[in-house]
Design a protein. Structure first.
Length: 300
């Protein structure tokens, strides 16, 4: 039983799935608080929040499962992935496919119960991640741009899920807020992806993955990473600029953005693995912190 749970955790990439679901659940609460403040709903619908978490968990797990089916032979080549259940031989690709289909169908059905947009975007996310981003990883660094789209959809899904079925819940500002939440996470994906690609470059090369901007750990790739952290600073201020985030979230976004940029600048200067790891770990904390502060610093 212990091995089963360990294998299931690796199959769905639990830590990645957790981060995705966390992002969607926080933005659901952001959307719900806005609805409550507008007196459109009386209180946060915690049942829908739970549906979002379960559905999001299943959909993300399905996308990761399909990714591993497609890359099973490549996963055997890399140290960090060779012990996953399919490349290690503890699960067949047929079993993986059934698992992915069950999770994908169940998750999409649950998210579709919240509203049509949530269900459709979830299907789009699975298809884009598994069947566009995954094969592109061996062909071109453009894969990072493609992968950043499904990677940034969770806050969009979470916010739209909060609105529910009611037509009166929709106003143009809702879509504006949803797009801004998407944009912040979209731009964040680039230093996040590139720092991971730098840290895991040797392992990635065994499978032929080409995720760094120039495909190499060189000065240009480091500069691209640094520039992406600088771009993130003004983008992270959009919630305050458009009036639904307060000054606290603006201050936190600037502070975290400067720390993020400083680590990325150190990567440009030093071009070493410890600097890349600092950028990578900073990226893990950036999005959850900014989204949580925004949740408690909403202006409606």
């Amino acid at each position: 039983m212990k091995q089963f749970f360990a294998d299931f955790s690796k199959l769905i990439k639990f830590r990645l799935t957790f981060l995705v679901v966390f992002s969607a659940s926080v933005t659901f609460l952001i959307g719900s608080k806005i609805q409550v403040d507008r007196a459109i709903i009386d209180e946060i619908n915690w049942n829908n929040w739970l549906i979002l978490i379960i559905g999001g968990f299943l959909v993300t797990g399905a996308a990761n499962c399909f990714n591993e089916i497609i890359e099973v032979d490549l996963d055997k080549l890399m140290s960090r992935t060779k012990d996953r259940p399919m490349p290690a031989g503890r699960m067949t690709t047929g079993q993986g496919l059934v698992s992915g289909l069950v999770m994908g169908i169940a998750g999409t059905w649950l998210l579709g119960k919240l509203n049509l947009e949530t269900g459709l975007i979830s299907v789009f996310s699975i298809l884009l991640y598994a069947f566009a981003y995954t094969p592109l990883k061996r062909k071109s660094p453009i894969a990072v741009f493609v992968g950043a789209i499904p990677g940034a959809l969770p806050p969009l899904i979470g916010y739209l899920a909060a609105i529910g079925h009611s037509p009166i819940g929709y106003v143009p500002r809702d879509y504006q807020i949803a797009i801004i939440l998407f944009l912040v996470q979209f731009v964040w994906q680039f230093p996040h992806f590139w720092s991971i690609a730098w840290v895991l470059d040797e392992d990635y090369k065994k499978a032929g993955f080409r995720l760094l901007p120039t495909r190499e750990k060189d000065k240009t790739s480091a500069i691209f990473t640094f520039i992406s952290t600088l771009v993130l600073i003004p983008v992270s201020l959009l919630p305050t600029f458009y009036g639904f985030g307060g000054y606290y979230v603006a201050g936190v976004s600037i502070l975290l953005g400067l720390i993020f940029s400083w680590y990325a600048y150190q990567l440009v200067v030093k071009m070493d693995l410890p600097s890349a790891r600092k950028v990578m770990f900073c990226s893990f904390f950036y999005i959850p912190l900014v989204q949580l502060v925004l949740l408690f610093d909403l202006v409606v």
